[in-house]
Design a protein around this ligand. Sequence first.
Ligand code: NAG
Ligand code: NAG
Ligand code: NAG
Length: 461
Amino acid sequence: METISNGNGGVRNRHVAVFAFPFASHPQLLLTLVQRLAAATPTVVFSFFSTERTNRGLFSERGCDNILRYDVSDGLPEGYVLPGKLHEDINYFLAVAEKEFKRGVQVAEKDVGMKINCLVVDAFLWFSADLAEELKVPWVALWTAGACSLSAHIYTDLIREKYAELKGSAGLNDEIVDLIPGFTSIRLGDLPSGVILGDLDSPFATMPHRMGRTLTKATAVLINSFQELDPGLTKNLSSMCNNFLNIGPFNLVSSPSKQDEFSCITWLDNQKPGSVAYISFGTKFSPPPHELVALAEALEATKTPFLWSINKDSERHFPLGFLETTTANGLGKIVPWAPQVQVLEHVAIGVFVTHSGWNSVLESIGAGVPMICRPFIGDQPINTWMVERVWGIGVRIEGGNFTKLGTCHALEQVLSADASSKGRKERIGALKDHAHKAVGPNGSSIQNFNTLVGVVTGATL
Ligand SMILES: *[C@@H]1O[C@H](CO)[C@@H](O)[C@H](O)[C@H]1NC(C)=O
Ligand SMILES: *[C@@H]1O[C@H](CO)[C@@H](O)[C@H](O)[C@H]1NC(C)=O
Ligand SMILES: *[C@@H]1O[C@H](CO)[C@@H](O)[C@H](O)[C@H]1NC(C)=O
C-alpha cells in the first residue's frame, strides 16, 4: 500500500473528482487519462470514484501517488447474481449513481481537506453536470469512443426530426443522405440503437440521448481519438462544444502489457509478412455458433493462416476436426487470450477480423492493419461504416453476418495484392502515421492534452 506523496514536499493546491462509468473498459480508459493528468500536474489531488468491483482490479487499497481511490455502491440488490439480464446491472447502478457520487464527494473533500475544483467524468454520467454547476466547478467529460458515434448522440434530436420528415418519401432505402452533420450518408441500421431504431424509452437509449444534449454545456469534451482521423466531424463538434479535444489514441500513449503467455508472437515470427488473419471479438462478444462454423470453414477453404483469440467455451462450436487439423498442419493457432496491440503490430498480420469496438479499431489503425468487420451492437456498426465507407480501410462482412462464401470473399479481398487492397493498405498506413504524429512531440493530441491540463489546473477556462 502506497502512502500519499507527490514528490514535491506535499504542496497540494487543487482537488479534482473523477467519476467512472463502472462497466466494460470504461474505468480503465478513464484511469489511463487520470494517470497522464496526475503525472503532468503533481500539485493536484485526484479522487477517483468507481464501484468496489472495478476499483479492485485497478488499484491497491488506498490508491497511488496523487490518485486516491474511492468506492461507490453498485446499487445491486442484496444477493443479486451477476451477470444477470443485459444492461440490468447498468440500470441498477444508474439508479443510485447521482446520490452515491454526491455523497462520495463530501467524503473526499473531508478526507483531503480541500473542496473539489473540477469534475472529470465519463460522458455517460451526463447528470453529473448538475453537480458541477452546484459546486461551481468546470465539468470535463470523456467520450471513450469515436467522433462518429458521439456525433450521432449529440445530433439525436436533429436526426429524429430529419428522419420523421423523410419517412413518408418515396425511394427511401436504408441509406440516408445528409442525416447527420459531417456524414455524407449513413445506413439507418448502422446508427447506434436508441437514436431512431430500437426502444427509444429504455434507460440505455435515454442515457446517451441526454448525454448528447448535456455535452454541449461541458467545459471540455475529450475523446479517445486524433483529430486528423475525422477533420470534418472535429470541425463541426468543435463548433458545438467548448474545448472539443481529441487526446488519443490512448493505446499509443500508454505502454501495452508485454505478456504473451500463449506464445502468439513466437508463432507469428514463423509466418509470412502480411499473411495472417488475426481474429478477436473482444471479451464480451461472440458470433453465434453457425457463424463461427462459417468463419472456420472459410479460413480452411482459403488456406488463410490465422491467429484466433477465443474463449475456451466457444471452441466446442468449431466444425469437427477443425481445431486438431489446423493446429497439426500449422495453418492456425487458437488461444484464449492474445496481447492484441503487439499482435497487430507484428509484420505477419495482414488483416484484423474484428467486432469493431472503438478500442480495437484504434489499435488496428495504430498498427496499420486493414479490417474485416462483423459488428454487434452499440457504436460497432457506425465504426464499421467509417472503416469501410469513410476511411476505406476495411470491409464489412457481406450482410453483416459470417457466411462461408461471404467470408472467403472478404478474406480474398483484403489479403489480395490487387489495387483496391493496396489502396486500403495505403490509406490505413497514412492514418497510422497521423495517429503516431498526433501523440508525438507537439502533435495535435499532445497540444489538446496541454489545453486540458490548463482546464484542470484552472490556468485556462
Ligand atoms: C455543425 O452542424 C450543425 C447542425 O447541422 C450546424 O448548425 C453547425 O453550423 C455546424 N458547424 C459547422 C462549423 O459547420
Ligand atoms: C446476424 O447478426 C445480427 C447482429 O449481431 C444478429 O442479430 C442476427 O441474428 C444474425 N443473423 C444471422 C442469420 O446469423
Ligand atoms: C506546436 O505547433 C503549433 C501549431 O501546430 C505551433 O503554433 C507551435 O509553435 C508549436 N510549438 C512548438 C514548441 O514547436
